[in-house]
Design a protein around this ligand. Structure first.
Ligand SMILES: [Zn+2]
Length: 498
């Protein structure tokens, strides 16, 4: 049996002024079929090795096509999306006949002229391989589930965990269902219930934790092959915005639909508990300063690159400097110009820097500082679950708040500047450039939730700030034009009653 496997994904923040053009794709992952493996990002090599092993263990041979993934930003230009899609289709065509197609997608990719890139891609793939070849896609749980995606896929499996520590585990489950379908052992049927709500839901907290575990426990019993929650992505303004409950059964459309509705209505009933609105920056700093012991980790959720934010906002830095807060550190702040200046000045050099605030009003104003370069690295690589992520060249600077301040670890505010735009995943973003996170009273990390897996074990307390920046934590502040908010909580108190 032969499998075609490819990847095409990004999460589109339709409000971002940064286009997801070729530079953004190249910066993270753009690997063409037939390209040499030398020099490709570790992210890809690791995934591909694990995938090859998974497929061959079951006796399947595999053909790898385009692997492309971009750090979330704004709309992908039309020509870029069409080139990527057509390349994937050409790749599949050159491998026909195949017994299955496995695509790693996102589910919230929007291009100029395409509000549903995944639905468009899956429809083209279906046209190409015909109705009988199983086509499966792995999706991020922050996906906009569309009827076109459901109609053209044999099976859709989404991540269950936020933070997404289960990307490879879900890929393996998807392959099992896809291979079982190709070998005639199961007939997957996708049932979707629209929960008429939207919000950011952390699976690390109750009652979400137990609910997700309950879904996992249902799998493999009573004809349920897979069950997951499509949380939706609030910063993508598309008609299909919203949370969905997805159940994949073995040829049981009625049973699947009933189960998806039962579970989906239970999730809706928990909406006010599971959709947490973050606190304000000021509230979080007040709490962190008053805390008896550190590190207190504050997530700067409004400037999370993983949600398409610039990751160069200065709201925290400016407020912490104004308050004279010391023994604190902030990471990662995207500023390739500042990184280059630090590299040229060298380790231990005193520099005058203008930091951040380059992308527009949502980034705040740039901050001018006197600082010492305290750490430099040609590249820092971190991990989200078992997937490698690169920040490129990285510099740590200590910002001096007073004229005579020292370079001692506890003085000033340490800021980690990165060449590539990426969110914070683990304390490595500090330690790899010589800043010891455990000794800090306050750590500010630009991330909405992926930071949690790495930072929870070292933090005395975790706080979420989400009022200043590109990603407002309060959904009511997002100016939707395409999403129908009349049938979504929190815009409508009970959309099922209407
Ligand atoms: Zn996600």
């Amino acid at each position: 049996m032969k499998l075609f496997c490819g990847m095409l994904g990004t999460e589109t923040n339709t409000y971002s002024p940064m286009p997801t053009g070729w530079n953004v794709w190249k910066d993270m992952l753009l690997h063409h079929r037939g390209d040499s493996d030398d020099g490709v990002p570790a992210l890809f090599q690791g995934i591909r090795t694990i995938m090859s092993d998974t497929f061959s263990q079951r006796g399947w041979e595999s053909e790898f096509g385009l692997f492309a993934f971009a750090q979330p930003a704004g709309l992908t230009p039309r020509a870029v999306y069409e080139d990527l899609r057509d390349e994937m289709l050409d790749n599949i065509k050159s491998c026909l006949p195949v017994d299955g197609v496995l695509l790693i997608l996102h589910g919230a990719m929007v291009a100029d002229g395409y509000q549903d890139c995944e639905g468009d891609l899956l429809a083209h793939v279906r046209d190409l391989v015909g109705p009988d070849v199983p086509v499966g896609a792995e999706l991020d749980l922050h996906c906009h589930m569309t009827q076109k995606m459901v109609d053209n896929a044999t099976v859709l499996v989404g991540y269950k965990e936020y933070p997404h520590v289960d990307v490879l585990a879900r890929m393996k489950e998807l392959f099992t269902i896809l291979a079982d379908a190709a070998e005639g052992k199961v007939a997957p049927c996708i049932s979707v219930f629209r929960c008429r709500m939207i919000g950011m839901m952390r699976t690390t907290e109750e009652p979400m934790r137990s609910f997700v575990d309950e879904l996992s426990a249902m799998e493999g019993k009573n004809g349920v092959l897979n069950a997951w929650i499509g949380h939706g992505f609030p910063y993508g303004d598309v008609p299909d915005l919203g949370t969905t409950l997805v159940v994949v059964t073995d040829d049981d459309p009625q049973g699947g639909a009933d189960l998806a509705e039962t579970l989906g209505r239970r999730l809706f009933a928990m909406r006010k508990e599971v959709c947490a609105v973050p606190q304000s920056l000021v509230e979080c700093l007040d709490l962190a300063v008053q805390a008896e012991a550190g590190p207190v980790t504050i997530a700067d959720t409004a400037d999370n690159a993983g949600g398409g934010a610039p990751s160069d906002s200065t709201f925290f830095l400016a407020e912490m400097m104004a308050r004279g807060i010391e023994n604190a550190a902030i990471a990662p702040l995207w500023d390739p110009i500042a990184v280059a200046i630090c590299q040229d000045a060298g380790l231990h050099a005193r520099v005058t820097l203008r930091i951040g605030g380059k992308m527009g009003p949502m980034s705040g104003a740039p901050v001018d500082v006197e600082a010492t370069v305290i750490g430099l690295a040609d590249q820092v690589i971190d991990q989200m679950g078992d997937v490698n992520m690169s920040y490129g060249a990285t510099a740590a600077v200590k910002i001096h708040l007073h004229k005579n301040s020292s370079d001692l670890p506890a003085s000033g505010i340490d800021v980690i500047l990165t060449q590539k735009r990426a969110q914070g995943y683990s304390p490595r973003i500090f330690s790899e450039v010589g800043v010891e996170p455990l000794t800090k009273k306050i750590l500010v990390v630009k991330s909405t939730q992926h930071f949690h897996a790495g930072f929870a074990p070292i933090s005395k307390q975790i706080l979420y700030a989400g009022d200043l920046g590109a990603l407002p934590g309060d959904m009511l502040k997002i100016p939707y034009q395409h999403a129908d908010t009349t049938c979504l909580w929190p815009f409508t108190d009970d959309p099922f009653a209407a």
